[in-house]
Design a protein around this ligand. Structure first.
Ligand code: GLN
Length: 544
């Protein structure tokens, strides 16, 4: 068996250059060549995990099968590689320090002074190696969050330096991603920022093996030569990463630039046969040749930052491709949806998705959107809080339960149709204490959800504290709002569906975390299909 090889991806010049996509694309190419690869993200912040972070800070919190609340880049890793990640795939500075301090309190350091080097760096290194050990990966790609030169990422950079030295040259490769800005006034691409950021790495004792240069314009040989010379790498190790139409094209662009071959060469691994990318290319082909267009309204309260709904928007890309449809997402601010303006704010939509969320800001707007979808029979997908909104709306406006609410929003509501789960009642700490991760769900035959899944037993990922209060179930069901997905172990309601409408589904779980390029999520596929059919019906009506 091959001993694991380690690839590190660092970033320079600015943040948001797409280290996650480059890591995922390289991993995809290596996987397509038959290697067993995973990706890990090291985040420099002191939160133990991003679960307690407001999505405005770093975008959505992604949840793994095993219930870890993680950075959104793990979503890209899963969507590209089609294999699950887990808690070990995301490490934060907070988690590292927490475990070092726990060890210190236990007395594990035997009276020694506990220091960044070696104690923090040892902890970081052991977490990098732990990922490899768990599934005997051929390669682990570790993405270092932040930008080189940041004070807070120094212990990670130092750990990479140590590992590179410990493992030896063919067992470890460092890829540095930087920006080559284009100056429109002089019509030039500039390499100086790259040179400087490589210098910072070198000052920290790391010579990068490969440079990936983000650019708007193609790099000519002269620029590549210049970067190679000044940054101490060979010309084949200067890789262009030009702006792509979609992130899913990046693996093919990286293949053209031979990033995978260059890395394999550094690691003294055979390039085996060509990467098997047929299903990936078939997906891109569908994505690039749509026959339909639908507009879906995403009603949420963090819509100013699209990263807050990353997995949802990517799920629409996957499901759109299956349906040969472009899905235009219209981000709608929940606080702006009011009874007096719904015909304008929600005009022309072919589907409405009410997003997950916490707290009362925007909650009433989401309820109005759910009502609009129900009254106008517009395809509806409610995710987590979006399902809870559909339930509260139905209780108030169909069942006539005045002031019905979720007890999250109003603890004194006379009709808590959504209520705190029993197991949550004694919990006070916020971090990592929700109902998290994958739980089984039995789907009732004959439901819309069942026709989407095509099977009865599924497992979906959760992140919530509140649930449908089944004290009210009979009343809901007798008016057409049915519980069609139930957790077989606990009886918790997982899917509610209005069987009198064309496609109105609310799910307590998060289907968006499981949608991948090669396995688009059935509920998103079903929802987009319903939206396409609805548009066609509207067009036909118009033409008659
Ligand atoms: N705030 C709701 C709950 O905790 C919904 C959570 C969510 O949408 N992820 O149950």
């Amino acid at each position: 068996m091959l001993s694991t090889k380690y690839i590190f991806v660092t970033g320079g010049v600015t943040s948001s250059l797409g280290k996650g996509i480059i890591s995922a694309s390289l991993a995809k190419l290596l996987q397509a060549r038959g290697y067993n690869v995973t990706i890990q993200k090291l985040d420099p912040y002191i939160n133990v995990d991003p679960g307690t972070l407001n999505p405005y800070e770093h975008g959505e919190c992604y949840v793994t099968e095993d219930g870890a609340e993680t950075d959104l880049d793990l979503g890209h890793y899963e969507r590209f590689l089609n294999i699950p990640t887990s808690q070990e795939n995301n490490v934060t500075t907070g988690r590292v320090y927490q475990s070092v301090i726990d060890k210190e309190r236990r007395g594990d350091y035997l009276g020694k002074t506990v220091q960044v080097i070696p104690h923090i760096t040892d902890e970081i290194k052991s977490r990098i190696r732990l990922v490899a050990k768990k599934n005997h990966y051929d390669m682990v790609i570790t993405e270092i969050g932040g930008t080189v030169g940041d004070i807070e990422s120094l212990p990670y950079i130092e750990s990479v330096r140590q590992l590179k030295w410990e493992l030896g040259p063919t067992n470890c490769a460092v890829i540095h991603l930087t920006l080559v800005p284009y100056l429109a006034t002089s019509g030039e691409l500039k390499t100086k920022p790259t040179q400087h950021s490589v210098k910072v790495l070198q000052e920290n004792g790391i010579q990068p093996d490969v440079l990936v240069l983000r650019t708007q314009k193609s790099l000519n040989d002269e620029i590549r030569q210049k970067v190679a010379l000044f940054c101490n790498v060979d010309i084949h190790s200067v890789v262009e990463s030009i702006d792509a139409r979609t992130i899913y094209e990046v693996p093919l662009l990286m293949q053209k630039e031979k990033l995978d071959e260059t890395v394999l060469h550094k690691l003294a691994l055979p390039a085996k046969s060509k990467p098997e990318l047929k299903p990936w290319i078939a997906f891109l082909d569908k994505l690039n040749h749509p026959k339909h267009t639908v507009t879906v309204g995403l009603v949420g309260k963090y819509v100013e930052l699209h990263d807050a709904y990353k997995s949802i928007s990517e799920s629409f890309t996957h499901a759109g491709a299956v349906n040969l449809s472009t899905v235009n997402l219209r981000y709608i601010h929940a606080e702006q949806v009011q009874p007096g303006n719904m015909d304008e704010t929600l005009a022309g939509l072919d589907g409405i998705l009410v997003a997950p969320g916490f707290g009362s800001r925007g909650f009433e707007g989401k309820i109005h959107a759910a009502r609009y979808a129900r009254e106008n029979d517009i395809p509806y997908l409610g995710i987590c809080l979006g399902m809870q909104c559909a339930v509260v709306e139905f209780a108030r406006n169909v069942l006539g339960l005045n002031n019905a609410n979720s007890s999250e929003m109003n603890r004194k509501t006379p009709y808590p149709v959504i209520d705190l789960m029993e197991e949550q009642k004694s919990i006070t700490a916020k971090g990592g204490t929700m109902r998290l991760g994958a739980y089984p769900c039995d789907v009732k035959k004959g439901s819309k959800a069942y026709s989407a899944y095509g099977r009865e037993h599924v497992a979906e990922r959760h992140r919530h504290r509140y649930e449908f209060n089944d004290r009210f179930l009979k009343e809901f069901e007798s008016h057409g709002m049915k519980a069609v997905g139930i957790n077989p172990d606990t009886g918790l309601v997982e899917i509610m569906e209005n069987d009198r409408l064309r496609w109105f589904v609310g799910v307590q779980f998060h289907p968006e975390y499981r949608s991948t390029v090669l396995q688009p999520h059935p509920l998103f596929v079903g929802f987009v299909k319903a939206a396409v059919e609805y548009t066609e019906e509207k067009n036909q009506r118009k033409n008659n």
